[in-house]
Write a protein that binds this ligand. Sequence first.
Ligand code: MN
Length: 252
Amino acid sequence: MLYFISDLHLSPAVPGITALFLDFLASLPGRQASSLYILGDFFDHWVGDDDCTYPYNARIIAALRQAADQGIELNLLHGNRDFLLGQDFATAAGLRLLPDPYVLSVVTWQFVLSHGDILCTDDRDYQAFRTQVRGAAWQGEFLAKPLAERKAIAAALRQRSEAIKAEKRDGADYLMDVNAATVEDFLRDNGYATLIHGHTHRPDRHDHIVDGIHCERWVLADWRQEVSRAWGDCLVWDGETLQRESLQRPLA
Ligand code: MN
């Protein structure tokens, strides 16, 4: 069984989601899972692998390592919040970093995995920002700053992004979803595989006809914490069908 999750936005601010994820991870061997694919924004923010020792992060890394040691193949591709997760983190957690997009071929099917932000091309401001922060120059300069300063910059960027999101909700909501023509090009470029992505926080299953070929696009939900309960979402491939499973856990 293959499991796909996305957009957990793990941080000490969401203990309910953290507990739900740790339970879910521990349940994978019993679920006959062979692999877990984490499709980005696993952490709410990541400012560099020297933060692996921060106690919250160390706890998550130890849990991942334990799952890996139990034989679960762990894979992660970057989101827009945690694109600085690097090889030191991957080694410590026992997981493999995947490029975005990543074509996943299994015996009977072909998937293409992405965080999904590259598909949101209507948002030109974001795409320009993305190009900048994914470049070696920006990353080199950023990672050279002291950890505390990087955390402060990340907090400021988050605040700005929340403000921009609130603004877009008031009028330009479409900016936060994928662009249909971009999705078609993406599917064409990736062999009309079944696309799984997150990022938009709009869980659904869409049909696309590209060059006369029927393609599916599955969108994962973000994990949420409410007053009394945390909610998660995963997709499960059993070798024949892809199915959505809702996860939940009462807050302690
Ligand atoms: Mn995202």
